[in-house]
Design a protein. Structure first.
Length: 266
């Protein structure tokens, strides 16, 4: 685990999966505000830090475990508010509606009562505007600090050239959300898996152009009758590591499907 600062922002980073060092997670803390919490299964990595940090507010970018997993622990051990988008609520509730036997131990550890994002979160020195940005998930939010021109992007960016997607992802929504954030006057982006990206605007522009290209190509081939497997072979012939380490939860085929699904309603 590494801890360092970028301007006033404390950065806590470690490999998300113990068996694969190249895919990192970045958690940000600034002025009493923690942005995302890290996953429950990496609790030992963050616990010492969370115990000593004077966290007053927690901003959750979306419901995935690497972002929200430690929210339950934080709500039980610290005096703080946890903010989420209203679309995150069903994902939290889901845990509450589990059969009672599963609610003990680890499952119970995930529960907390969130506060729905107000128009802005205020800390002692800054303000953070939550901006709804679906695409990766239907509850995704980025946090924009207009005076410092910081943008905390959760999983909206990750890379400008993604080759895999999860079944919850929509490329059309990604494009719309990325275009929406381009209307904000930000400079640096703080990504949950890439860290600090100082040429953030350029990278987001690149990603929009790339996703539009891919969406067009995949949709055209799909309409011409190519199967998903054939399109994958043509567009992404090489294996992608993220596909094997997530056991196919993220895959090239799902990326292709996410490209054309909004076009023909399938
Ligand atoms: Zn995610």
């Amino acid at each position: 685990m590494e801890i360092y600062y970028h301007e006033e922002i404390k950065i806590i980073t470690f490999p998300l999966l113990p068996f694969y060092q190249d895919f990192a997670l970045y958690i940000y803390y600034v002025d009493g505000l923690l942005i995302d919490t890290g996953p429950r299964f990496r609790k030992s990595k963050v616990l010492a830090e969370y115990k000593k940090l004077p966290i007053k507010q927690v901003a959750i970018t979306h419901h995935h475990d690497d972002h929200m997993g430690m929210a339950g622990w934080l709500s039980r051990h610290k005096d703080l508010e946890i903010y989420t988008h209203e679309n995150t609520l069903p994902h939290i509730k889901k845990q509450k509606h589990l059969p009672w036997i599963y609610r003990f131990g680890r499952k119970l550890a995930g529960q907390f009562d969130p506060v729905i994002y107000p128009e802005k979160l205020t800390t002692k020195h800054y303000e953070f505007i939550p901006v709804y940005t679906p695409g990766h998930t239907d509850d995704h939010v980025v946090l924009y600090e207009p005076h410092k021109k910081w943008l905390f992007t959760g999983d909206l960016y990750i890379t400008s050239h993604p080759k895999v997607a999860h079944r919850s992802e929509s490329i059309q929504q990604y494009i719309e959300s990325l275009e929406k954030i381009m209307t904000l006057d930000f400079e640096t982006i703080f990504c949950a898996h890439e860290g600090v990206v100082t040429d953030g605007r350029e990278k987001i522009k690149e990603k929009i152009a790339y996703l539009k290209r891919m969406k067009k190509a995949a949709t055209e081939m799909h309409r011409e009758g190519f199967t998903d497997e054939e399109i994958v072979k043509i567009i992404f012939p090489r294996q992608v590591i993220l596909e094997s380490i997530t056991f196919g939860a993220f895959s090239r085929k799902k990326f292709i499907q996410a490209c054309y699904q909004d076009e023909d309603g399938t």
